[in-house]
Unconditional design. Sequence first.
Length: 73
Amino acid sequence: IANNHSDRKSEMFFEIRKVGNEWLTSTEAAQFLGITPNALRILMCRRKVKFYKLGRRLRFLSRDLTVLLRKGA
């Protein structure tokens, strides 16, 4: 039973990644968008990119960045 529970957890993890709910750091988000970290900060100030503050750290959801790329902002 413990092994079955473990398999279910890994299936859930991969399902989340498939949907695009991966949390990215600022550096990773800039690389994802193909821009510099400074350009990402500018987009954040202009409210063109959605970001989240988790404690003192900024995080970005890959699905939000994909939407931004599709819009061409």
